[in-house]
Design a protein around this ligand. Sequence first.
Ligand code: 2AM
Length: 169
Amino acid sequence: MRLFIAILLSDDMKDSLLEAQNRLYDRGVRGRFTAEENMHLTLAFIGEVPSAEPALDALAAVSFSPFELGLEGMGRFGDLWWAGLRDSAPLAALVRRLRRALTENGVPFDKKRFSPHITLLRRARGEMPGVPVMDASMTVERVSLMRSDRGKNGMIYTEIGACEARPAE
Ligand code: 2AM
């Protein structure tokens, strides 16, 4: 099975991202826009593994307090266009802890430097217009282990485990 660890987004956050996608579309941008139900922030990409157990164990070993996540700007990796996130020390710390726990549990993952982004569309065609305003934030209280399956009409992401934030002190 193909796994990754992600933060699922609040409805507010997804509304704001949908609006940005609509604005891009209105300005003539075409491509494969991420469906609302698939919008997420990946923290670690695990890829194909025979069992979810070690990843679930790793997730259970991570603790964090709730923290704020806010949208900021847009960018691209080639023809993949994304929404960016405000710099966040708690987010960076959470990713470091997660990666350590994955390593300690023998779970392989993509070791590329973490560059937080929410994919808005792939195979983008057209010029990137001036950054559409995206203003939304949410409190992160849960981190999810996701399974990714290829569906008839694109990828299907299913949460198969989660780790809840412990209450702030
Ligand atoms: P992306 O949106 O930038 O492609 C599920 O595939 C999630 O894992 C996506 O959010 C994807 O990011 C992310 N991901 C990170 N590294 C990946 C990799 N090496 N291969 C595929 N997906 C990866």
